[in-house]
Design a protein around this ligand. Structure first.
Ligand code: AMP
Ligand code: ZN
Length: 114
């Protein structure tokens, strides 16, 4: 989608160092990390938010969870744990209108969130 920053990052229009990539998703470090590990995992196809998921595109979400688990094992934080978060809409705190999951790790994450 034109003028979508995560489309541009995920499709190589904005040069970005990926921590993981395959045909469905790209993962890269958040520009403004809130934890020692703060990776964004995004589908390459434009999906505005979790509200836009349906039977035609939902499989990417399961894939993102498996990519998060792989990254956790590969990067050594599987044992200590992590959080995989999707913010949806205004009250959910979504600021970029392209579906993404925050993979957070490396410190004790508080609950409930703010
Ligand atoms: P959310 O508030 O859930 O929509 O998350 C958007 C996230 O994208 C924030 O954590 C931002 O720091 C991050 N972000 C915005 N622009 C970029 C960028 N160009 N590269 C990496 N992360 C970004
Ligand atoms: Zn997009």
């Amino acid at each position: 989608m034109e003028d979508c920053i995560f489309c541009k990052i995920a499709n190589g229009e904005i040069p970005t160092e990926y921590v993981y990539e395959d045909e469905l998703v790209a993962a890269f470090n958040d520009i403004s990390p809130v934890a020692p590990v703060h990776i964004l995992i995004v589908p390459k196809a434009h999906i505005s938010s979790a509200l836009e998921l349906d039977d035609s595109n939902k499989d990417v979400v399961g894939h993102i969870f498996t990519v998060a688990s792989k990254l956790a094992r590969d990067k050594g934080f599987a044992e200590n744990g992590f959080r995989l978060v999707n913010n949806c809409g205004r009250d959910g705190g979504q600021t970029v209108q392209h579906l993404h999951f925050h993979l957070l790790a490396g410190r004790n994450l508080e609950w409930p969130p703010g």
